[in-house]
Write a protein that binds this ligand. Sequence first.
Ligand code: ZN
Ligand code: ZN
Length: 92
Amino acid sequence: MSDTVEGGCLCGNIRFQTTKDPSYQLLCYCTDCQRISGAANFAAYGVTIESIVVTKGEPKTFDITADPGRTNSRRFCSDCRSRIWAQIDELG
Ligand SMILES: [Zn+2]
Ligand SMILES: [Zn+2]
């Protein structure tokens, strides 16, 4: 039995593995998540950044300053533009 899950982008150029057990799960209603998802909320699966291992490709980074002044560093595929994950200050 594996304790990891795999993920990736739509075109398959980026693949990663992370732990099966999230630190937290939440529905976020912030404006950034509403914009990025086009929906009223966004389901998030939280893990520590150390537990993410990129197994294929190299995600691009887009940094935005989120409320209240934290940096939210978003990773995406430069080919298909899929969101991969977001690294948020404090949450790790
Ligand atoms: Zn892609
Ligand atoms: Zn949010």
